[in-house]
Design a protein around this ligand. Structure first.
Ligand code: GUN
Ligand code: FE
Length: 436
């Protein structure tokens, strides 16, 4: 009986394992098993072997010959702001100027519940078309915007309302009491899918970070914020906190988050570009993860905020966990292929030979799943995991010989037409079901 539920997918298959290893099947067979709503990966093997093993079960109806297409796991985007879809391509000069001029006014619009629901419908459909099936997401300050996102996000996401209590425009400023009540309510409503999200130390008071962190820890929820994205931001943070009781002696941005309970194994720090060795030590010891957002940090001429380049070698040497994110709308495009391209291009330009596409793929899939504790079930195409994957047709004349050349052949040709990464995917499967 169970065998009737088998489905077969033939294609060029990539199965990321770590920074250096991505299993590659030039002609591969992916076998999935389950119901119409929930399917798992039963097998992944070379086509020839697969036909010997499963040939008698393969029919025209249950076999999808994807021919010259790549099959690979769905993406984890570990840092993005769903409410910043309209800010992605707005002019950028510096982080703090861009926040004031474009980002905050855009997020204010989400005060209108109907508007927020309408935008969530559009955004999360678009996200699926880009093959992103998991990650960590920032919403606006508004409760109904988080609810709207939770309802529409398909995949393994944690989502939180940004908390803003100081140094923010009036329309986006909540009292500490409001922020904490809201945190309590959202944890009750969404459980572990709620992500405690102080926007950053500039806008969120230490009381809210401390008390909210406690609530999040009790509920085993994730926590996310921004850390050390630009030197100007760091100076501003330190100038604010040096005047706050209990923080007079803090020496670094990371110490502020340490003192407010923001660090830990369920903590995600966006950016973390300008960090001292001592700060990296604190992050490592607390098992905190850093999320690298190369397209957002890229120079202005590449549509980024020009924040600097994350030093992944230093981060890895300090044994700090990390994954990739788009930082929509600091990052201009939703596609994790664009994020992978930017990672490889920027680091290769600096002579970092280990910045490969294979590494970028691992950091855009399994590394995110590992950080979110989803890796037993998701993140790659290992046997037993959920059947969630994307299909990407290869250029006609390309016959890759390994994972690196396969990824290069789809990513490099569009490096000057970045908006086109969106159209690369032909299919997106979540739990065995086509969802795009
Ligand atoms: N720091 C605080 N808020 C934001 C934001 O919305 N985007 C980015 N890139 N950095 C931030
Ligand atoms: Fe961000």
């Amino acid at each position: 009986m169970a065998l009737q539920k088998l489905k077969f997918f033939i294609g060029t298959i990539l199965n990321p394992q770590d920074d250096k290893k991505c299993d590659f099947y030039a002609h591969g067979l992916l076998v999935i098993e389950g119901t119409a709503k929930k399917a798992r990966i039963k097998d992944l093997l070379p086509l020839e072997k697969g036909v010997k093993k499963y040939g008698s079960y393969m029919t025209i109806k249950n076999t999808h010959d994807l021919g010259h297409s790549l099959i690979m796991p769905g993406f984890y985007d570990m840092h993005f702001h769903w409410v910043q879809d309209d800010v992605r391509e707005m002019p950028k000069d510096s982080l703090l100027g861009w926040l004031e001029k474009y980002t905050f006014p855009t997020e204010m619009k989400f005060k209108d519940k109907k508007y927020a629901q309408m935008r969530a419908e559009i955004f999360f459909k678009k996200l699926i078309k880009h093959g992103t099936l998991g990650g960590a997401c920032y919403s606006s300050i508004h409760e109904h915007a988080v609810d709207a996102a939770m309802k529409r996000a398909k995949g393994h996401f944690v989502i939180g309302n940004v908390l803003m209590n100081m140094n923010s425009p009036e329309e986006l400023t909540q009292s500490e009491e409001e922020s904490l009540k809201l945190t309590k309510r959202l944890i009750q409503k969404h459980g572990k899918k709620h992500c405690f999200t102080p926007r950053f130390a500039i806008t969120t008071t230490p009381e809210v970070m401390k008390e909210g962190s406690r609530m999040a820890d009790r509920a085993k929820c994730f926590k996310q914020t921004h850390l050390s994205e630009t030197p100007q931001e760091i100076d501003f943070v330190l100038s604010i906190y040096k005047k706050l009781p209990g923080f007079e002696k803090v020496k670094s941005y990371t110490e502020i988050y340490e003192k407010t309970g923001m660090l830990g194994e369920r903590s995600l720090m966006g950016h973390g570009i300008h960090l001292s060795t001592k700060e990296l030590g604190i992050l490592s010891k607390s098992k905190t993860s850093v999320i690298h957002c190369p397209t957002s940090n890229a120079p202005l001429k590449e549509k980024g905020l020009g924040s600097g380049l994350f030093d992944f070698k230093k981060i890895e040497k300090s044994k700090v966990r990390w994954a990739l994110g788009s930082d929509i709308g600091g990052g201009p495009f939703l596609s994790m292929f664009d994020v992978m391209r930017s990672f490889v291009d920027q680091h290769q330009k600096k002579g970092h030979k280990s910045a490969t596409y294979v590494k970028a793929l691992y950091r855009s899939t399994l590394a995110g799943a590992e950080i979110l504790g989803q890796n037993k079930n998701s993140g790659n195409l290992n046997k037993g995991k959920e059947a969630s994957f994307i299909v990407v047709p290869l250029p006609k004349n390309k016959f890759p010989i390994d994972a690196e050349s396969a990824l290069e052949s789809i990513i490099q040709p569009l490096n000057k037409k970045r908006e086109k990464y969106e159209g690369l995917l032909s299919d997106v499967y979540f739990n065995g079901q086509a969802v795009n």
